[in-house]
Design a protein around this ligand. Structure first.
Ligand SMILES: *Cc1c(COP(=O)(O)O)cnc(C)c1O
Length: 357
């Protein structure tokens, strides 16, 4: 079976981890510091705060912006649940608005229509690694004095006219093993705002500016030096990984273009293909099963929009968001990761075409 994801771990990561283990400094230390410096550089921002997961990054970013009870955050329902869950975890209300039918990213017109006096932030997701329409979203945020928190968990090194995602507002990235780069588990918050970075550091570690002096409360969301060392090794390989993803996606688009639809990439946007996701207009689940029989692993991102999750339905979030709901019934992600061989790509294209005919 051709796997849908395949983390790229080599001798560089193994050696880096062995060194940390031998050093005795296992928790957050010099490796995390180095990783933060390198990741900030990658995004073109002044500050990066490494944490234990992408979910922790979203949570800490919301807390650092002072978002809490009584506040509303406008976001997309077509994402991993963490996007909505972290808004609920800080005591705020997620306001789900519909997505654009062509990109599957949050629709700026819907965002603007949903603003109320309680709105504090916009949280777009750069879905599948394809940047959301930040030109229009940033204009809306500035006009209404809203914070911008980018869920860039799938979009390492994605960009708009060369400007990296995670540098428009406060960026949140994940390093889960299936993502474009990994630290096992891990996440990071990126920002050009020193005050936001300082708040994020306090929330990451029990509100301590100095050890055992707690000016606030907080969590233990620290990244270990073991993860930091893997991250430094991975960041050196990221450009190569991204190149392979782009080449794999270009091959699939060339072969499949006349048979299937994929999300549109806006002019000037660099999509980093965390996922290569097609629309299967009819009987998607049977299509997926048939591909599995033919040796092609796939996944559905996502089978149920967040506002349709039982927890959210029970709490009155279940309104009609038809574009997201239709997408959830049709999307199917094909393997696009950097470990695919040319023969794998040919198999994927051949079997998808055979099922479309
Ligand atoms: C992976 C992901 C997250 C959560 O990241 P974790 O590291 O798994 O906590 C959040 N949002 C999106 C869009 C993701 O893809």
């Amino acid at each position: 079976m051709i796997a849908i994801a395949h983390p790229q771990i080599g001798p560089e990561e193994q050696e880096a981890v062995a060194k940390v283990l031998a050093s005795g400094q296992l928790a957050q230390g010099k490796q995390v510091e180095e990783f933060e410096r390198r990741f900030a550089e990658l995004c073109g921002v002044t500050e990066a705060v490494a944490v234990s997961s992408g979910t922790a990054a979203l949570h800490v970013a919301l807390l650092a912006h002072g978002i809490g009870a009584g506040d509303e955050v406008i976001t997309t329902p077509f994402s991993f649940a963490a996007t909505g869950n972290t808004i609920l975890l800080v005591g705020a209300t997620p306001v789900f608005v519909d997505i654009e039918p062509d990109t599957l990213n949050i629709d700026p017109a819907e965002v603007e229509a949903a603003i109320t006096p309680r709105t504090k932030a916009i949280m777009p997701v750069h879905l599948y690694g394809n940047p959301a329409d930040m030109d229009r979203l940033m204009a809306i945020a500035e006009k209404h004095h809203l914070a911008m928190i980018e869920d860039a968990c799938q979009a390492h090194a994605a960009a708009i006219r060369g400007q990296r995602v995670g540098s428009f507002g406060t960026g949140c990235f994940s390093f889960y093993p299936t993502k474009n780069m990994t630290t096992g588990e891990g996440g990071i918050v990126t920002t050009n705002d020193a005050a936001i970075a300082e708040q994020a550091r306090l929330w990451r570690s029990h509100g301590q500016k100095v050890r055992y002096l707690h000016t606030g409360i907080g969590y233990n969301y620290r990244m270990t030096d073991i993860q930091g060392a893997i991250g430094v090794a991975q960041i050196e390989k990221l450009a190569g990984f991204t190149e392979r993803r782009l080449a794999n996606a270009a091959y699939l688009s060339e072969r499949l273009g006349e048979y299937v639809r994929t999300p549109v990439v806006r002019p000037g946007h660099t999509h980093v293909y965390h996922q290569y996701t097609i629309r299967v207009p009819r009987e998607r689940d049977a299509f997926q099963a048939a591909l599995a029989e033919r040796g092609v692993g796939t996944a559905i991102h996502y089978p149920r929009p967040i506002h349709k999750q039982p927890y959210y339905q029970e709490r009155g979030f279940d309104k009609a968001l038809p574009v997201a709901e239709q997408a959830a019934e049709q999307v199917l992600s094909l393997p696009v990761h950097p470990a695919l061989a040319q023969a794998d790509l040919e198999t994927i294209a051949r079997e998808v075409i055979a099922l479309c005919r």
